[in-house]
Design a protein around this ligand. Structure first.
Ligand SMILES: O=C(CO)COP(=O)(O)O
Length: 214
């Protein structure tokens, strides 16, 4: 299982989370990555943790003020990027363009979707992975794998029907090792989470719990 920690714009210490994630990944052998604010990518990557961007724009180099250039986040140390999110919704054409920009820069891609239908649609664009995250469960206390297991299994089927090479992750409300094991049993090959680590009093303990059943 891959554990991808999205720090969103939470007021946590990205270096504290990154250092903990690096250490827990090393100790457990579980792949863990951290996705900080774009401005923090470089110093997070310097900790040695696998680092992802939260977004890249479709544009290439050029006159694109305010854009997040895929090459720039790769140069800063990111090896992957999230694309699309219920908190940062993109049009299908822009998702396609952002995947192409990320691939051009050598970044691994994970495209988020709200439901199995969206997962099938974005899987058709050829990302490395997709993540199903029901918006109503994001930031809550109940894991998607418990609250709505069918959405995970349907997303796995939906992606497989389009492209069997696309990995399927799930997210929303995941915070414990039991949640991760349940997600794995439903067919997910990774989880995407935020508040369970970014808002934890002790991010290291939260990460240790997340990998405890793997
Ligand atoms: O949106 C998410 C990750 O991208 C999930 O957020 P929570 O883990 O806080 O529910």
């Amino acid at each position: 299982m891959f554990i991808l920690v999205n720090l969103k714009a939470y007021p946590c210490d990205p270096i504290e989370v990154a250092t903990a994630a690096r250490d827990v990944a090393e100790e457990s052998g579980v792949r863990i990555a951290v996705s900080p604010q774009a401005a923090d990518i470089s110093r997070v990557a310097d900790t040695g943790v696998e680092t992802w961007a939260q977004h890249v724009d479709p544009n290439d180099y050029g006159s694109h003020t305010g854009s997040t250039l895929a090459e720039a986040v790769a140069e800063a140390g990111a090896v992957g990027t999230l694309i699309n999110h219920s908190e940062n919704r993109l049009k299908l054409a822009d998702i396609d363009g952002s995947i192409q920009a990320a691939e051009r820069a050598g970044l691994e891609t994970c495209v988020c979707g709200n439901n199995p239908g969206q997962i099938g649609a974005v899987a058709a664009l050829g990302p490395d992975s997709v993540a199903v995250e029901p918006p109503e469960l994001i930031g809550g206390d109940v894991s998607v794998a418990t609250a709505d297991p069918g959405i995970v299994t349907d997303a796995v089927d939906s992606a497989a029907n389009v492209d069997e090479d696309v990995d399927v992750y799930c997210g929303a409300g995941i915070s414990t090792g039991d949640d991760v094991v349940t997600a794995e049993e439903l067919g997910a090959s990774g989880i995407l989470l935020a508040s369970g680590v970014a808002k934890a009093d002790d991010p290291r303990a939260a990460l240790e719990d997340l990998v405890s059943g793997l």
